[in-house]
Design a protein around this ligand. Structure first.
Ligand SMILES: [Fe+2]
Length: 277
């Protein structure tokens, strides 16, 4: 069922979410309104400087190439400027949102190669952790890898097919696929080093190091059916990280997937325990 902007704004206010949801258009986008003050620009640079020390070593090359191509590190990015650069590479663009938006409009944006980015930034006393995704998570985490062509295709396909999965009762299964790829995905190409590309890792100082380097991290070869059956928790380090052999493998596995058969087979089953998967 579609939710109206007014009803969603009311729910968000009750939950104490920060964004100005009453300013939303019917597709839940807002103006970016580029009026960030010096303190906010300083927080952006602090976050980027600190995280870039790690991403230089631990992020996949296509993520780093994306950062370079889009130019995100000096100041809070102007969404329209970045959209022009992104459009030229993979046909994606950015839209500003006040924070988390309902699933259906989120999927509609992805299906049309529009990535929703929160238009506000965390405060200086929240450098390490914030409950809601903010602009740093959305931008620094998600946007650079949208310059990678196969991953960009996967994200569009995800938006186009997620609604079907939900209609079949597979909402948890389809969310796990996003979680273990777009948020916490690792990649190790044949003969290459372990690298990260998921946004939850890119925007977390401590978990990025843990996921890529720690002997205690549980890294599992990517298998799309296993991913969609594996549970997860949102407020601790992941107990499993799935490792892609390439971005092609992800887009090929998803486009070849018989989503309906898979959802029907597993939607009512107990999720697999990530610790033992
Ligand atoms: Fe995210």
């Amino acid at each position: 069922m579609e939710i109206s902007v007014q009803d969603y704004a009311r729910e968000c206010a009750e939950q104490g979410l920060r964004g100005d949801y009453l300013a939303c258009r019917s597709d839940f986008t807002v103006e970016q309104s580029y009026d960030y003050d010096d303190a906010q620009q300083r927080v952006w640079r602090l976050l980027c400087d600190r995280q870039t020390e790690l991403t230089q070593r631990l992020a996949h090359k296509s993520y780093l190439d994306g950062v370079e191509a889009l130019g995100l590190l000096e100041r809070i990015p102007d969404f329209d400027e970045v959209s022009d650069k992104l459009r030229a590479r993979t046909g994606w663009e950015l839209v500003a949102v006040p924070g988390l938006i309902p699933a259906q409009p989120f999927f509609d944006h992805l299906a049309n190669r529009r990535f929703p980015v929160t238009n506000w930034l965390r405060h200086e006393d929240e450098l390490d952790y914030i409950v809601e995704p903010d602009m740093f998570h959305d931008f620094f985490g998600h946007v650079p890898i949208l310059t990678q062509p196969q991953f960009a295709d996967f994200m569009q396909m995800y938006g186009a097919r997620a609604g079907d999965a939900i209609a079949l009762g597979g909402d948890e299964m389809i969310t796990r696929l996003y979680w273990y790829t777009s948020e916490f995905g690792l990649i190790q190409e044949p003969g290459g080093p372990m690298k990260a590309f998921g946004a939850g890792l890119m925007s977390s100082y401590s978990e990025l190091k843990f996921a890529v380097e720690s002997a205690d991290a549980h890294r599992v070869p990517f298998d799309i059916e296993t991913v969609m059956r594996t549970g997860y928790e949102i407020d601790k380090f992941q107990r499993a990280y799935f490792v892609l052999p390439s971005f092609e493998a992800l887009s090929e596995a998803f486009s070849a997937l018989d989503l309906e058969a898979l959802v029907k087979r597993w939607k009512d089953a107990e999720p697999l325990d990530p610790a033992t998967v």
